[in-house]
Design a protein around this ligand. Structure first.
Ligand code: FES
Length: 178
């Protein structure tokens, strides 16, 4: 019989194993307890596939399965991943005064602005950019018919009818020095 408990592992990413469709299957992590092979949930793989670089410092958490007789862990499966530090040479540079402003008036906020704001905060945190990019809310931007609306600084680009998916792509397009 197997037993399942939670685990958290911190270490340096040594290898990424992908399947034929380029989805991440396993990550090899060098930790204080030695080398671990950690299976990645499909959802996590989709979210992180473009962000992971060998050499990055990661924190993975999820479920570990034991073989009760031997007390050995037979499988780690991660459902959460945090990038604690990016591989040398892969550091992302944020533009000076990078800022995202979401309209917080009720039309925008209720029509998806709140959700997009939450999604962006999670994305920035995950990439270690949360202290570099400011997120603010604004009053009505007079585009209520195209809610939800947002503005990205420093180039003052406005977006209307934004979706969570679109917001995540805008980080690379407007906030980073490329
Ligand atoms: S409520 Fe957001 S633009 Fe008017």
């Amino acid at each position: 019989m197997g037993l399942t408990t939670n685990f958290t592992a911190i270490g340096i990413l040594e290898e990424i194993v992908v399947d034929s469709e380029k989805a991440i299957k396993y990550l090899q992590l060098a930790t204080d307890q030695g080398q671990l092979w950690i299976k990645i949930s499909k959802k996590l793989s989709l979210r992180m596939s473009n962000l992971l670089k060998v050499g990055s410092n990661l924190e993975l958490s999820g479920k570990q399965k034991y073989q009760t007789k031997k007390g050995q862990v037979v499988q780690y499966k991660a459902s959460e991943l945090k990038i604690m530090g990016i591989a040398k040479g892969e550091l992302e540079t944020v533009k000076p005064k990078a800022k995202v402003m979401f309209c917080k008036k009720s039309t925008c906020w209720k029509k998806g602005g709140k959700s997009a704001c939450k999604a962006l905060k999670a994305e920035l945190k995950c990439r270690g950019l949360n202290k570099k990019v400011e997120i603010q809310t604004t009053g009505c931007l007079k585009q209520c018919k195209k809610a939800p609306n947002m503005v990205l600084m420093p180039d003052k680009t406005r977006y209307s009818n934004i979706t969570n998916k679109q917001v995540l792509k805008l980080v690379d397009k407007h906030l980073l020095v490329t």
